[in-house]
Design a protein around this ligand. Structure first.
Ligand code: 5GP
Ligand code: ZN
Length: 117
């Protein structure tokens, strides 16, 4: 069924508590935790608890949960006092996506260049 936990998915394992993570926020539908390889002083991943491979498929199937992810990304930035920040959904291997469970990167705490390259 769409949205069901996948046995081979790292982020489903984090949701289940089977892989440890430094969780900074949690709601009924989302978890936010620090990236293991931070690219900025603030680098937090916000994920839906439900498994969807990318942001567009989540938004198509569960628009309310997609909105929850965006709201939580903003809350993380506020909690981290990262007034200037970037929220990124890498989609597809060519864009650097390596984990195929929707995640918003929240990056802040340093100057961020645009375009990102
Ligand atoms: P992507 O490249 O798919 O956009 O982002 C995946 C992110 O997950 C990367 O920034 C990577 O550092 C992070 N990551 C990979 N494995 C783990 C892990 O086991 N724990 C945490 N907290 N982050 C991870
Ligand atoms: Zn998953």
């Amino acid at each position: 069924m769409a949205g069901e936990a996948q046995d081979d998915c790292l982020f489903c394992k984090i949701v289940a508590g089977d892989v440890p993570a430094t969780v900074v926020r949690e709601t009924e539908t989302t978890v936010a935790f620090r990236d293991i390889n931070p690219q900025a002083p603030t680098h937090v991943l916000v994920i839906p608890k439900a498994h969807y491979p990318d942001a567009a498929s989540l938004a198509a199937a569960e628009p309310a949960i997609a909105a929850d992810v965006l709201r939580e990304a903003g809350e993380v930035a506020a909690q981290e006092k990262a007034e200037s920040h970037r929220i990124v959904f890498n989609t597809g291997t060519g864009a650097g996506q390596t984990v195929f469970h929707t995640h918003a990167h929240v990056l802040g705490g340093r100057g961020l260049q645009w375009p990102p390259g």
